[in-house]
Structure formats: C-alpha cells, structure tokens
Design a protein around this ligand. Structure first.
Ligand code: UD1
Length: 372
C-alpha cells in the first residue's frame, strides 16, 4: 500500500512542519508549492527536508495538480493566500487561489479516479466572524460586526444585540453561526464547504480543520501580510515598534504550530473526524498587546507599546477556541503553553534575518481606506 501524502502549499510554515512529522512516521511526502515571492522572498526554503519530493506548481493550474496527485493516498490542502487585510483589496487573487484552487484540486481528484483515504483542508477561525459572547443580562449572544460609526468613535468592544450592553468573550464552538467579515474568511468557508461536500458525495473521508492563530518557527518574517506574531517580531528585530491596532486588548487564540501538527496527524490517522469541521486552538485567549510585550521581553527589549488607536477593516474583535470537540473526537491536547511557545519562537528569531515591509502593507491598506 502506498503511503504517499501530498501537501499543497507544503513549503510554507504549517506544511513544512507537517511534512517533517510525516517523514518521521515513515510516510513519503510530495509537496506542491508555487514558492510565492511574498512568502518565500529568497526562493526555495533551506528548512525543507531533502527527503520530500518537491513539485513546483500552482493550485490555479489544474494540470500541475493532476500530476501532483498521482499515486498519493492522502492530501493536505494548505495552499492558500492568508492575509485578512490583503484579501480585501486583492479580491480576484484571493478568490482564484483559495476558491478556484480548491475547485481545481477536487476536479483533479475526480478526473484521476484515484482512491484517496483522507482529504484534510486548512479552514480558519476567521469564518466565525466575531466569536461567541456573554451578555450579563441576556446570556449567550452573537453580536454582529462593529459598524463603521462605532469604529470611527473608537468604541472597540462588542455590544449585545438585544440590550446594547457590553459583552464578554466566550470560547467559540463549531456550531456557532458563521458570519464572514473578510474576503479571506469567505474563501475559507468556501474551501471548507466544498471539501466536505465533495467527501460526502464521493465517499472520500474528508476533514476541515479550523485553525486559530498559528505562530512558531518558519512563519515568514518578511511577509507583511502574515500573522501578527511574525509581524511584531519582524518590526522589533528591525528596531521598529509594533503597530498595535485598536487598543491592543482584542483577544485571539495563539496556537503553536507544533499543536497544529499534532491535530493534522491525528486527523490523518483516525476515521472518527471524517465529515467534520473541528477547531484547532490552544483554548486560551491572549490579547494582541500581550503578544507584542511577550516577544519584546524575550528579545530583551523594553515592552510598553502605545496602541495605534486605528483599526483594520475586516478584523474581528475577539475569538478563541472551544476545543472540546476535537479533544473528544481525536484526543487532541495542546502541549505548548503560550509563554513557552513564544520563548521558543524568539530563540529561533535570534538566528534569523527579517525584512520589515509592514510600512508598505499599511500604506496599501490606507490607500484602499481599509484602516480607520
Ligand atoms: C489569522 C491569519 C489567518 C488565519 C486566522 C486563523 C494571517 C495573516 N492571518 O487572521 O490566515 O486563518 O488567523 O485564526 O496569518 N494586528 C495588529 N498589528 C499588526 C497586525 C495585526 O495589531 O501589525 C492585530 C489585528 O488587528 C488583529 C490581530 O492582530 O486584531 C490578529 O491579526 P492577524 O494576525 O492578521 O490574524 P487574524 O486576522 O486573526
């Protein structure tokens, strides 16, 4: 029996760590990756294992996909454009890569008529929109996105849709209604739904993993549209202060890439999650300003940052994971605590070079009036 696994987008942060873990377990790994300049400015990444079979190609190209799929028994579909802010003005590119790219993958699977034992797609917590909330008077509520007027008045917190009082965040579970607030989120919802529907229709075990905010080694330090931990690290390594949006107290669930790999392997090797969408997070809320402070402290720098008082259109206020479903279904247990993970990240940063391009990214957002 072939044990070959294809990872689309496998040269990236999550894909390469997953690939290392699969190789350790004795799988053969094929990677399909276009080595996008924004993510890989220096070309082929030096961290990629020599034991992988590397195919340079793009998910927007059906033929590359059909070739990459030959003889594989499982597929991780990670190739995607990932910037929430950028998705709001590179609409056609995000749609082509994320939605059409996924459609191409499914089409190629169908044409190849091959027996696939597992199809796992990288979904995202961004599809929830705002996370679940508790109102002291009305109980659990689902507030809508903040309005432009509210943000202009720097009223950052969410309000109860019933009594208008302030609400506090709760862990967000899979059954929460999805309310996408960015083109990126729409594309992820689409990917998830297409993959699960395809799996159901053709009897292919398919799983969507709703990743929360992943951080760790190998996250691109020169891509200004990547996750906030890498952006802050790049700013600090270049002697610049992190730009903290809003008041910095927005909460996310920062999950180590090693815990993401744990979930990826569990989902591959168990049939329990087939047909499901599962949250993958740490289960702990952490504020954005705490991420800046933690990285600065570990780098030996002063840690007190003035929030910018501005916000990115398309951002949500709070969301962190309820991980009870994945814990019950797969026995997933996050192993890396935030402090420990950040310390490990900084040890790696100390031997990295980072180009800080965030000023260009912010100028683009401002030009499209996507910063308020
Ligand atoms: C991130 C990922 C998305 C993933 C999702 C899963 C990126 C670019 N986005 O989206 O792919 O699917 O998590 O949860 O990797 N912020 C600042 N200053 C900055 C940049 C960001 O204050 O310079 C703030 C943002 O306003 C936001 C928070 O940090 O409040 C998180 O932003 P970001 O890292 O882009 O993550 P998400 O939008 O949550």
């Amino acid at each position: 029996m072939s044990k070959k696994v294809l990872i689309t987008g496998g040269a990236g942060f999550v894909g390469s760590h997953t690939s290392d873990a699969l190789l350790d377990l004795g799988y053969d790994v094929r990677i399909l990756d276009n080595l996008s300049k924004q993510v890989h400015p220096s070309g082929f990444p030096t961290y990629l294992s020599k034991d992988v079979e590397f195919v340079r190609g793009d998910v927007r190209d059906l033929d590359s996909l059909a070739r990459a799929l030959r003889d594989v028994e499982a597929v991780y579909h990670f190739a995607a454009a990932v910037g929430v802010g950028q998705s709001m003005y590179e609409i056609a590119d995000y749609t082509a890569t994320n939605i059409q790219g996924t459609a191409n993958l499914l089409q190629a699977l169908l044409w190849n008529k091959q027996e696939i034992r597992k199809l796992i797609v990288a979904s995202s917590m961004s599809i929830y929109g705002e996370g679940s909330c508790l109102c002291r008077c009305c109980g659990e509520v689902a507030p809508a996105e903040r309005t432009a007027e509210q943000l202009a008045g720097k009223d950052w917190e969410l309000h109860c849709p019933i009594c208008c009082g302030e609400v506090s965040p709760l862990p967000t579970a899979e059954q929460k209604r999805l309310r996408c607030a960015s083109v990126y989120a729409i594309s992820k919802k689409n990917q998830e739904e297409m993959v699960l529907l395809f799996g159901k229709t053709y009897g292919i075990p398919a799983v969507a993993l709703r990743y929360f905010n992943i951080y760790g080694t190998r996250q691109s330090l020169s891509n200004p549209y990547t996750g906030v931990a890498a952006i802050f690290a790049s700013r600090l390594m270049n002697g610049n202060s992190p730009v903290v949006f809003e008041d910095g107290n927005q909460l996310r669930d920062f999950v180590s890439v090693h815990d993401i790999v744990q979930a990826n392997l569990l989902a591959l090797r168990s049939s329990e999650p087939d047909g499901m969408a599962l949250n993958v997070g740490s289960g702990d809320p952490v504020s954005v300003v705490d991420v800046a402070n933690e990285i600065a402290t570990h780098l030996g720098l002063a840690a007190s940052f003035m929030p910018s008082g501005k916000c990115r259109i398309g951002d949500i206020r709070h969301c962190y994971a309820d991980i009870s479903k994945i814990s019950a279904v797969l026995g997933y247990r996050p192993k890396v605590r935030f402090r420990q993970g950040m310390q490990h990240l900084v040890e790696w940063l100390n031997c990295q070079h980072a180009e800080d391009h965030t000023h260009e990214a912010y100028a683009q957002l401002a030009a499209y009036r996507l910063v308020a």
